[in-house]
Design a protein around this ligand. Structure first.
Ligand code: ZN
Length: 258
């Protein structure tokens, strides 16, 4: 694997990450993601290009706005770094190819959806619905699955999680899953196929439950008022694990159900 390609994919991913931060902030506010340019949310000063370099500017500015010294959230460089690393790992897996670009778009969309879900407990349809179509169109070239499995993945993704939600409601009489979650899983199914869904639902529910219970204990929340934790980030995490380590999840299942 050539070093130049690895470095370029890392830098490209960091630039994409910078754009994803903008999307996560502006999409749910129905603001344009192109104009105006980046500005400080407090003093409104425009951010110059040299203060807008992914990851590095945060370090040079020591996490503060150059003009008003307002703290910049850690989330910005973290998202840029995550996106850079994802791009690098995808490049190692797929090389410079259509699969690299499309899976980078897939993971980028999941990252933005997760951030918005964490902030506002919604997953915008603008991400998942076009994403399903892109996932299915891409399936004709997708090295992991074909069009039929992509189609079934999208269909079962929406339907399967609906059943999980109904079962959860039956057990707890609380709405545990939002409509956005079904569409997000359909989006995941269109890229990763039907067979990915059960492992992804399983691992995301497990991780979500562990974190939910831990937070519940920390915050001493009473039974009746369980925390509403967004499920989108856990589904995305499950999809990420499945994309890079499908055997890990499959063999985990083997141990459980053999
Ligand atoms: Zn400022």
């Amino acid at each position: 694997m050539n070093v130049f390609g690895l470095i370029t994919s890392f830098i490209f991913g960091a630039i994409i990450g910078s754009f994803l931060n903008v999307c996560a902030y502006r999409l749910p506010r129905e603001e344009s993601i192109i104009r105006p340019g980046s500005h400080c949310p407090k003093c409104k000063a425009s951010i110059r290009w040299y203060d807008n370099i992914p990851i590095l500017s945060f370090i040079f500015l020591r996490g503060r706005c150059r003009y008003c010294r307002e703290r910049i959230s850690w989330r910005y460089p973290l998202v840029e770094l995550s996106s850079a690393l994802l791009s690098l790992i995808l490049y190692r897996k797929f090389g410079l190819s259509l699969a690299y670009l499309l899976f980078l778009a897939f993971l980028s969309a999941l990252l933005v959806a997760s951030l918005i879900d964490l902030d506002l407990q919604i997953i915008p349809d603008e991400i998942s619905l076009p994403g399903i179509l892109v996932g299915w169109a891409f399936s004709f070239w997708n090295p992991l699955i074909g069009p039929f499995e992509s189609f079934l993945g999208a269909l079962a993704g929406a339907g399967g999680l609906y059943l999980v939600g109904e079962f959860y409601y039956f057990l707890t009489e609380r709405e545990g899953l939002g409509g956005g979650d079904f569409k997000l899983l359909a989006f995941i199914g269109s890229f990763l196929g039907l067979r990915s869904l059960v492992p992804i639902i399983f691992v995301s529910s497990l991780v979500g439950a562990v974190i939910g219970i831990t937070l519940g204990i920390i915050q001493k929340v009473q039974n009746k008022r369980l925390l509403a934790i967004p499920y989108g980030p856990f589904l995305s995490l499950g999809a990420l694990i499945y994309l890079f380590y499908p055997h890990l999840l499959n063999s985990f299942f083997g141990i459980l159900f053999d």
